[in-house]
Design a protein around this ligand. Structure first.
Ligand SMILES: Cc1ncc(COP(=O)(O)O)c(C=O)c1O
Length: 486
């Protein structure tokens, strides 16, 4: 069919099943006729009424398509005369196929750390991902209310630039919280609010270390920190971890001149062991004598299920060597993106400078909401309530694993944290089991992937925090089927 103008409709059909709106299909068709030269400059277009009739769409859709073409200059309207293809279209505007360069070789960390591919998994809702948490209705409600209050009171002082360390009221609230719960010794002035743990680690690297510096990392350890160190040109020295945590003597033997150690003392990632008091003192003595920094990643400390709360390493430090890194992305929700570093005085100026240069200051509305959430007791109440749920979820997972898998796995309920490690007793590959588990709808991260030089143990990292009990029970059965297939 041809209208009284140059718009060619033969062989062209609207796709009514498509997600692309009808007006946009019309617009795209006319635009492509123009840019391909099928309609030449000055050619007359039908009235929107005729065009709507000829194409079978509503008049409103035809008008919307024309308006878009007019706004972008493909067509022009002359009062009383109609609508025409624009005269001043440049020649050769037809979009050409983009010539893509050959794919870039993967960057070093991507090549060395296939676990980074799993970042894509972070949004996966299925059990037993390790990056999820739960918030009950009361906490969600309080968070909403306080966000609205922060927005309502949004005063000019909160719209401008402010202290790169974060709002004083938030730093005071955090200082009181960590002094009470983690025996951290600090003044609010030493607290620098960040976008989470990895941001704090990035600032440590920029402010206090230089490319080529050797640094100790736990083996096995947190792959994301390891990748960040490599990406910044540092040289990670993997130090083995045993039942007492990092083997300090081994670090002193193999890399005595390291400039820093990155460590998870209260809940070692991924094994879950706690750094013993003897090792803590040994580590602090080495840092004091060598002038190295200790970066204490205290990511899971809010959730302890048995025994007394564990004091932080920072609280034992009398030589200003420990940079304590805390996060609220675990205690509350990962999408929050708020953490903090507690920085000893000698490092504070450089640390604040590097924070300022990479991300000038934390966002004000989130800070206002979080300040009220902590200061008005919601954080402490949330942790008290949710700790009970996490303990039940942990028990459901351990019970299910023992029931379904018996001797195949060895699993101890962890006293702390949001995940557990189920060690595999047989010789099969945990990487392959993880692939099969995923096919069965279950996420299980293979433990062997977190090792560097130490002989890898086989096991599965299973997060229990993000999944209510009723999701855990059937998911364990699926995991057992996946393991059974090997
Ligand atoms: C060892 C360790 N540290 C810190 C974090 C939290 O990182 P962030 O605060 O950047 O969300 C995680 C998250 O999984 C972790 O496993």
């Amino acid at each position: 069919m041809k209208t009284d103008s140059a718009v060619e409709l033969r062989g062209w059909r609207l796709d009514r099943a498509s997600e692309t709106p009808l007006f946009r299909q019309l617009y795209l068709h006319v635009r492509s006729s123009i840019v391909s030269g099928g309609m030449s400059a000055g050619a007359r277009l039908p009235s929107t009424r005729d065009f709507a009739r000829a194409t079978g769409v509503s008049r409103a859709s035809a008008v919307a398509a024309y308006e878009q073409l007019l706004a972008e200059g493909y067509i022009e309207g002359r009062v009383g005369a109609g609508t025409f293809v624009a005269h001043d279209l440049p020649r050769g505007i037809e979009p050409r196929a983009i010539k893509r360069p050959p794919p870039a070789r993967p960057s070093l960390p991507a090549k060395r750390f296939p676990v980074l591919d799993e970042a894509a998994l972070a949004g996966d809702q299925r059990p037993f991902g390790t990056g999820r948490s739960l918030m009950d209705a009361r906490s969600v409600d309080a968070w909403r209310r306080l966000t609205l209050r922060a927005l309502r009171g949004f005063d000019p002082v909160h719209r401008g630039y402010s202290d790169p360390r974060g709002l004083p009221a938030l730093r005071t609230a955090i200082a009181e919280y960590v002094q009470a719960t983690r025996a951290v010794r600090c003044e609010p002035d030493q607290i620098v609010v960040t976008a989470g743990t990895m941001h704090a680690i990035d600032i440590v690297i920029r402010a206090l270390l230089s490319p080529g510096d050797g640094v100790w990392v736990e083996d096995p350890g947190y792959a994301t920190t390891h990748a960040a160190l490599i990406a910044s040109g540092l040289v990670p020295c993997p130090i083995p971890v045993d039942a007492q945590g990092i083997v300090v003597a081994s670090g002193i033997r193999s890399a005595p001149k390291a400039r820093a150690v990155f460590i998870t003392p209260s809940h070692q990632f991924p094994l879950g062991v706690t750094l013993s008091m003897a090792r803590r003192l040994e580590l602090l003595a080495w840092a004091r004598e060598s002038g190295a920094w200790i970066v204490e990643d205290d990511y899971h400390s809010d959730f302890r299920y048995a025994g007394r709360p564990l004091a932080s390493l920072q609280g034992l430090d009398d030589a200003e060597r420990v940079i304590y890194v805390g996060t609220l992305n675990k205690a509350l929700f990962p999408g929050l993106r708020i953490g903090y570093a507690i920085v000893p005085q000698p490092a504070l100026g450089s640390f604040i400078g590097a924070r300022f240069l990479t991300d000038r200051q934390p966002p004000s509305i989130t800070q206002l909401t979080l300040t009220a959430f902590i200061a008005e007791g919601h954080l402490a109440a949330h942790i008290r309530r949710i700790r009970q749920s996490y303990r039940d979820q942990r028990d459901a997972l351990v019970g299910g694993l023992r029931r379904h898998l018996g001797e195949t796995v060895s699993v101890d309920p962890p006293d702390q944290g949001l995940h557990l490690t189920a060690f595999l007793r047989h010789a099969r590959s945990d990487v392959e089991i993880a692939v099969t588990a995923r096919e069965h709808g279950v996420i299980a991260r293979p433990l062997s992937r977190f090792y560097h030089q130490a002989p890898p143990r086989k096991g599965l990292l299973l997060g229990f925090a993000g999944y209510p009990r009723q999701m855990i029970v059937p998911a364990v059965a699926k995991l057992a089927r996946a393991i059974g297939r090997h």
